[in-house]
Design a protein around this ligand. Sequence first.
Ligand code: G16
Length: 548
Amino acid sequence: EDDKFFRELWKTIDGEEERRSRVKISYGTAGFRRKGETLRGVAFRCGLLAGLRSRALDGKATGLVVTASHNPVEDNGIKLVDGDGGMLHISWEKYAEEVVAAQSSQELQQVVEKIVLRPENTCVAASGGVVLLARDTRPTGEALIAAAIAGVKAAGCEALGSTDTLRTTPQLHWQVLMKNCGKPSEESDYFDKLREGCSRLLSGQGSKPVGHLIIDCANGVGALKAPSVVSAISNAGTVVTLKNTGGGVVNHLCGADYVQKEKVLPETFVDLPGDSLCLSLDGDADRVVFFLPGAGQSGQGAPGSVDLLDGDKILCLIAAHLKSCLSKLDGAMTGPKPSIGVIQTAYANGSSTRYLEENLGLSVVKTKTGVKHLHHSALAFDVSVYFEANGHGTVLFSESFLERLRKVPQGNGGAMHLLELSDIVNPSVGDALSMALLVYVILTHKKWTHREWCDLYRDVPSRMLKCVVPDRSQIKTTNAEQQMLQPQELQVKVDELVSKASLGRAFVRPSGTEDIVRIYAEAETQQGADQLAQSIMEAVRSHFHGGQ
Ligand code: G16
């Protein structure tokens, strides 16, 4: 039966068009992405690579998720999970590209041999290897998982997962991590752990921070998983309502990316109770943004506009809380003062960075876009929090710091609380559901209303735009992607436009998940930010299309 499936699959993926299109596809910010129906060959080869990676790690489990995350429903993609539960190690991204680009079975075989024979991959020849697989709810997911499973088997590895295995991306990351720690990884365990941890943190806390919590599940896989987690919040007295649970199209006029970029309510968010705090997941529930229905920060927003509590504001809330918990440890913990890391990207709103540095006295590390970069930087600290403005982020506690916390004498509330917090965060990657619980817990402990959180600082007006160009790989950036090295003349033009805008800041970078260039601009007023972004977009168009 497998042979028949394999022959049929090979016919599709060895077709001329598929072969040629694979040459151009790059691993990007978070894996391969494009139209779902063109990805079977890529899925097969990623299954193969995930198997090879598992074997190179001496049989440790790796993972593969079929999802295009925040992208539209017709897109799909493959995210690969490494043996530590994080994203595929950067050194293997080039292998992934080579395996995918191979033009014939012979070429594929040569590429695989090259990987296997590299001295650092000596374990690759050992037998064994296991890959956990899952998908989100996109219609093309089933066929892609089937192809990926065939690839895992072609690598001689065990495939754990079937065409029906629906998981959020962070759930699969966590399962890979747990499997490699020898801990149970049944589907329910993860969400049980989050819910029970959250209930413990909320017990005896008295007042609830918000009357209604309204969750936009983006018509994605998060809708299937959210109910088992959010009962911890409803048990605390907040009315929780799930919306966009699958009746509509994934990410269409809803979801974290839509709300964050457009700064408007998801389309189905009408007649909301006055004291609502809302949040949006994305299609695979690895990002989250919060928002308050309202008139916008200016107080004069159009109907449907929101006060956005994006990844930056989530980061500031968490950083403020961690800092105050750490201060309670003073004197109770032996050894050096614990280090605290705060990581952002260039997209972080200037006000958030100022709040962190000036109000909280923390130093901020800036990295390139992509969770893999932020996560890597965060690992250098005892405790750290990283967030992209678009809602990707988590909190990390180093093992040695957790060990020191466990030794703090009983009765030190700060140590116990930090240990309990570590139970509701996903240590492998950003997780929307875990972060939703964490924010609720922190607001409860701080006795803050959602409005107080919102008023922590006022965002510098900003605008993000997308522009389609013939070949985005012509843009090369530096300085955490804030400047273009190429095309130089375009950077000169951007600098000139920024210098004319009051309190202007802007940059242009190629997206690693969509076939577009992103333009980000900040200025003193919203109109100024809109104008700056628009004029940069015209400069980009004119550079690539001669103004067309
Ligand atoms: C992925 C990455 C994120 C990144 C986002 C957008 O998110 O995991 O780190 O911020 O893509 O990247 P780009 O601006 O390069 O398109 P997701 O939610 O799409 O998997």
